[in-house]
Design a protein around this ligand. Structure first.
Ligand code: SF4
Ligand code: SF4
Length: 369
């Protein structure tokens, strides 16, 4: 019952956030913050962790979160490294909520215990994502269903917040079929389930092989609802085709590294590379308009989702199917015409090492729902 009311509250907060996002384009929708670069694992495809760095002091995290709140940020996703290694992770979540922002967390799940899940409940965490890469651990990834299943059961039992389990395809993952097993288990436990296309250890995004594409299609069938809204991006990436969209990173989507610098995203660290403390409305306005060369093959799902708020053409694509179906139902079978696809980009950047390491978590309304 508690979970259901938290879910409804989150949906209402998301709806308010989306309305605000539509009404004004001059504030960030989502910021990823990194309180801890260090990780307890070493996934072969990952370039977002180290094994030595210290946690960002809580007072500094508070200052950064306050600045993000002052800029009008609606959602904070805490990521890493492994953010649960931060000794004050619960206080960080509580501070996000105190400042009125939606609080989410991406974790590898290894540090979850019933007690910590209850502490997240008390702190006000609203959503959590775990990426599970395979059924049995191997040299590519230890984020395995077998090692994490107990923690998933604890989450099902104790969490008041929304849980999404993300599986991945590509990036050297040996058994793509594992994604189906992971997705099934997630749905069975009452979580949402998504799948993301990732790059390999060299940062190359390759079109999925036939076997991987089969798995991807099957996953989509199994988890239909989660996929309706992001079909377009994922579908193209799965086939190695570019996407035609305007990335608003640096404006609507921010990535704040452990040093407190603003970057476009995890894969474009260094740009703009301005300290968050000095980031102004002028920076947001400039970056909103800046064209990102890496957009066609970008796999940073969060940046894509936030961009949906600003591009009416994207919204038509998102809701077009539902609208067509609604009109068809109401008009006794007369379908609406299909919206023509957007023109191909005039300049397509080469596929380089600028795609995401791990798909990101955001509340359901912006995630792959
Ligand atoms: S993917 Fe996540 S769990 Fe794996 S090394 Fe990177 S940060 Fe750690
Ligand atoms: S990699 Fe994606 S999210 Fe990052 S700047 Fe490029 S297009 Fe934007």
């Amino acid at each position: 019952m508690k979970k259901k009311s938290s879910f409804l509250k989150l949906k209402l907060r998301e709806a308010a956030m989306i309305s605000r996002g539509f009404l004004s384009q001059r504030h960030p929708v989502l910021a990823h913050v990194i309180p801890m670069r260090r990780c307890n694992l070493a996934c072969a495809y990952c370039n977002e962790y180290d094994n030595y760095s210290k946690p960002v002091p809580f007072a500094e995290m508070q200052r950064r979160l306050d600045k993000l709140a002052d800029l009008g940020t609606a959602i904070i996703t805490i990521s890493g490294g492994e953010p649960m290694m931060h000794p004050q992770i619960f206080e960080i979540v509580a501070h996000i909520r105190r400042r009125g922002m939606i609080a989410g967390l991406i974790t590898n799940g290894f540090y979850l215990t019933p007690e910590k899940i209850r502490r997240f409940n008390a702190a006000g965490l609203e959503y959590l994502q775990i990426s599970i890469d395979n059924v049995e651990p191997d040299e590519v990834s230890k984020k395995s269903l077998r090692l994490l299943d107990k923690r998933l059961q604890w989450l099902a039992e104790h969490a008041d917040f929304q849980v999404n389990i993300n599986s991945v395809i590509g990036g050297g993952i040996k058994q793509p079929e594992d994604a189906i097993t992971v997705g099934r288990r997630a749905l069975e436990l009452g979580f949402s389930a998504t799948v993301g296309v990732i790059h390999d250890g060299q940062g190359e995004l390759k079109p999925l092989a036939e076997r991987e594409q089969r798995v991807y299609r099957e996953f989509k069938q199994m988890s239909r609802q989660e996929y309706a809204r992001l079909d377009w991006f994922q579908e193209n990436l799965a086939q190695g085709r570019p996407n035609n969209w305007s990335c608003r990173a640096g404006a609507r989507y921010l990535y704040i590294c452990e040093d407190g610098l603003v970057h476009y995203c995890s894969q474009q660290r260094g740009t703009p590379g301005v300290p968050l403390a000095d980031y102004t409305q002028a920076d947001l306005d400039r970056e909103y308009k800046t064209e990102k060369w890496c957009a066609p093959y970008c796999t940073v799902a969060c940046a894509q989702k936030t961009a949906l708020l600003d591009d009416p053409r994207n919204l038509i694509r998102l809701y077009g199917d539902s609208l067509r179906q609604w009109v068809k139902d109401k008009s006794g079978g007369q379908p609406l015409p299909v919206v023509a696809p957007a023109p191909a980009p005039t300049h397509v950047a080469p596929v380089k090492s600028h795609d995401v390491v791990k798909p990101d978590a955001v509340p359901q309304v912006l995630s792959a729902e």
